[in-house]
Design a protein around this ligand. Structure first.
Ligand SMILES: [Zn+2]
Length: 383
């Protein structure tokens, strides 16, 4: 159930996910937490046998593609616009149902589409977007880039996405080669920051990670060929790392929901192997990690919690994995002062569970334990 901006809601004796052996009395008023206090047990009174509940902050997915309906863009172009719009609205709904209340769209969705879906489909998902992405076709010098950047700003995007290297479409031995010159890359970052836009960089590894650190981008994405040395410098620089780890395991499985051809499956398998090492380096160095899925098709929207399973398999503790999806993710978006925590004054984006989320065996169990997803924002805040 989705509970939109409740005027007043109270929970007594609820557990906060990740805090053991304490219970809390929590109140929400007009979409904000107005009381978060430890419960005082009633003296001499046996506790009524009632259902226990847990609360966590709403989950932030820092790398989605809510506008895409197909793995191959050519397939989307064959659909009619009504059908695409309906599928996009369903992507919003599925994402919310699984407890994700904030998404950063890493390319594809325009602010106008977000407004439309929030208003006409009544889907209160908070979305930050980069609109269109800058890739190989834009490596045509500074003048061209300046024009493209101005077009992106004109859409109302808050982020600029740089496709700094190839991805699954590139052979493994060439995938870390830069798409832009160092001068072009530096120009994009400086221009975006001068216009109060944040920058996220798709990079599988290599020199573009160094450029990202030097230029002070806001986050790098994927980064499976990150080295130990780079992770130390990444930590020092404060640039966040959003690995999007689960999608490569999914893509590597020829019988999985993406059912890709053997060449692509093999590249994805190599990426997944490298990811476990890269995430280990980042964790040891103290890099700020952000939870992101890169989910982009109807078979994946709504299954975002699978990223937790992969992060845990790759060595994160429960607390680290949850922090990457809540407090740290909010900080990466520049919203750490009002999102990502169960705290008085914070926006009441939250998930209520019937079982302890820190004990969930896997994403399926976690997803099915969700009782209510609460969104604190007013419609106007999301538009
Ligand atoms: Zn992506």
């Amino acid at each position: 159930m989705i509970l939109k901006q409740p005027q007043f809601q109270a929970y007594s004796g609820i557990h906060i996910a990740g805090i053991e052996e304490k219970r809390f009395d929590i109140e929400l008023t007009n979409g904000r937490f107005t009381k978060v206090a430890e419960s005082v047990p009633q003296q001499g009174e046996a506790e009524a046998p009632q259902q226990q509940l847990w609360i966590s902050p709403g989950i932030l997915d820092l790398h989605t593609h809510l506008a895409w309906t197909d793995f191959d863009h050519a397939d989307q172009l064959r659909r009619d616009s009504r059908e695409i719009e309906g599928m996009q609205a369903e992507a919003f709904a599925a994402t919310l149902r699984t407890g994700v209340t904030t998404a950063r769209d890493a390319g594809g969705i325009l602010p106008a589409t977000i407004r439309h879906i929030v208003k006409y489909y009544q889907q209160p998902l908070r979305v930050q977007t980069s609109s269109d992405m800058l890739g190989t076709a834009d490596a045509k010098g500074i003048k061209h880039l300046e024009q493209r950047l101005n077009e992106i700003y004109a859409t109302g995007a808050g982020w600029v996405k740089i496709m700094a290297t190839g991805g699954l479409g590139a052979p493994t031995e060439k995938v870390t080669e830069p798409n832009f010159s160092e001068a072009e890359f530096g120009f994009i970052v400086r221009h975006a920051h001068a216009n109060q836009k944040k920058v996220l960089v798709h990079t599988w590894g290599g020199v573009t990670i160094d450029w990202s650190i030097q230029a002070g981008v806001d986050s790098i994405e994927h980064g499976m060929f990150l080295t130990r040395d780079q992770s130390g410098r990444l930590a020092e620089s404060g640039v966040a790392y959003v690995p999007t780890a689960s999608i490569y395991r999914i893509a590597a499985d020829p019988k999985g929901v993406l059912a890709l051809n053997p060449v692509i499956c093999d590249r994805a398998a190599r990426a997944a192997d490298a990811h476990a090492t890269a995430i280990g380096y980042a964790r040891q160095a103290g890099v700020r990690l952000g939870f992101g899925t890169d989910y982009a098709t109807p078979a994946l929207h709504g299954y975002n919690l699978q990223e937790f399973d992969t992060l845990l398999d790759y060595g994160l503790s429960r607390a680290e994995a949850w922090r990457s999806a809540t407090r740290d993710a909010a900080a990466i978006l520049g919203s750490g002062h009002e999102l990502g925590q169960i705290a008085e004054g914070y926006i009441a984006d939250a998930v209520i569970y019937a079982a302890d989320p820190y004990q969930a065996k896997n994403a399926d169990q976690l997803r099915t334990s969700i009782v209510t997803v609460i969104t604190g924002a007013q419609e106007a805040d999301l538009m």
